[in-house]
Design a protein around this ligand. Structure first.
Ligand code: PLP
Length: 395
């Protein structure tokens, strides 16, 4: 008898059945009710006081939303999970959950999604939090920054957006914990299919569920999964700030998760194949994909992801920069030009006008993002068709 079901089984069943002790529907239920009637005021008192489980008002908790967060909790191997209206709301909640106070320091990976950087620097930074960035793939520099700043939190991505750099998570977490710094890992690009950061000691894991968890480009949401001890701050955040996930979106995201395993496995294979073809075409100054031996994170990715894949994003440097990329984007027919990743559709994004638009020229240069950088989020179409569309549009 196995101790626990495998991930493939959990994708299908996690999060379902908890509110239905005797029988439950095969497909999860959408419960859009804003409030819940209780049989007695004593029951309502107990639920609102946190002395009994249950539902009173959907800004506090909702069964469909809970089913979604419970599914991600199980997949990420955490003790608690809280869903939010977007990935950004989830990141903001994770920063709140680590207990930042004025005067505290916050250390960020230099290679974060642009809006995460803006949130940290321009929202938390104006509230008396000192924010610094460091290249987390350079452990020596990161250790120096940790010892110098003794930050309350460190924010990293398992696969950075858009250059797909991979930090050595286990060693990074150990270094952070030496100075009592809590580690927030944005696992959006890797998903629990490749790695489960909480099992490596991370304190909180964040997802933009909008991406691979949902997978179909039809719902925006976010989720934080954490170890014991973070529940009350995460719950307080959603109750008071009100950044709740809608039950309809929770249902779509939960439905997406059921095929996450097969979708993501195939998308990783497609991306690896596309990276090979784009490289072989000789048409790009550089192709960035951690599955390629010349990617700076190739060996770290091999260890961290143990051969399960290297993610589904391939980034290229297009000779000719902005003018040529605008030409390419306007001529694509199959591949879309859109600002997201993780969908079943292949989508291209030009980071310098989109995800990293608000970053300074110096910050972009330090990250290695130039006006030639083009991100390709590989979907489920035939790889030959995807690459053919891109190369034809480039001509
Ligand atoms: C790595 C990463 N984290 C967080 C977010 C924010 O997610 P959302 O758009 O759901 O707020 C994004 C969005 O692109 C992202 O790429």
């Amino acid at each position: 008898m196995k101790d626990a079901p495998s991930l493939e089984t959990l994708f299908i069943h996690a999060g379902q059945g908890h509110e239905w002790p005797r029988q439950y529907p095969t497909a999860p239920a959408i419960i859009p009710s804003t409030s819940f009637r209780t049989q007695s005021p004593e029951i309502m008192d107990a639920i609102l006081g946190g002395d009994a489980p249950g539902f009173t008002y959907s800004r506090h908790a909702n069964p469909t939303v809970k089913a979604f967060s419970e599914a991600v909790r199980v997949l990420e191997g955490g003790a608690v999970a809280q869903a939010f209206s977007s990935g950004m709301a989830a990141l903001d909640a994770a920063l709140f959950a680590v207990g930042l106070n004025p005067g505290d320091r916050l250390l960020l990976s230099r290679d974060l999604y642009g809006a995460t950087m803006t949130l940290s620097e321009q929202v938390w930074g104006t509230m008396g939090i000192h924010v610094e960035t460091v290249d987390v793939t350079d452990l020596e520099r990161t250790e120096e920054a940790l010892l110098r700043l003794r930050p309350r939190g460190l924010v990293v991505e398992t696969l950075s957006n858009p250059l797909m750099k991979v930090p050595d998570l286990s060693r990074l977490i150990a270094l952070a914990h030496k100075v009592e710094c809590q580690v927030i890992v944005d696992n959006t690009f890797a998903t629990p299919v490749l790695v489960r950061p909480l099992t490596l000691g991370a304190d909180l894991v964040v997802h933009s569920a909008t991406k691979y968890l949902g997978g179909h480009g039809d719902a925006i949401g976010g989720v934080v999964v954490a170890h014991q001890g973070y529940e009350s701050r995460l719950h307080q955040y959603v109750k008071i700030r009100g950044s709740v996930l809608s039950p309809f979106d929770a249902w779509l995201l939960l439905r997406g998760i059921k095929t996450l395993g097969v979708r993501f496995e195939r998308q990783c294979q497609n991306a690896a194949h596309a990276a090979d073809l784009l490289l072989a075409s000789g048409r790009f100054h550089r192709v960035y994909y951690p599955g390629l031996p010349d990617h700076p994170s190739h060996w770290t990715a091999n260890t961290l992801f143990s051969g399960r894949g290297y993610g589904a994003v391939v980034t290229v440097d297009v000779p000719g920069g902005r003018a040529r990329i605008f030409h390419l984007l306007s001529r694509l027919t199959l591949v879309g030009s859109a600002t997201t990743v993780g969908d079943v559709y292949t989508l291209c994004l030009y980071p310098s006008i989109a995800s990293h638009r608000n970053q300074s020229a110096e910050a972009l240069q330090a990250m290695g993002i130039s006006d030639e950088t083009l991100r390709i989020a590989v979907g489920l179409e035939s790889v030959d068709d995807i690459v053919d569309d891109i190369l034809t549009a480039l001509d």
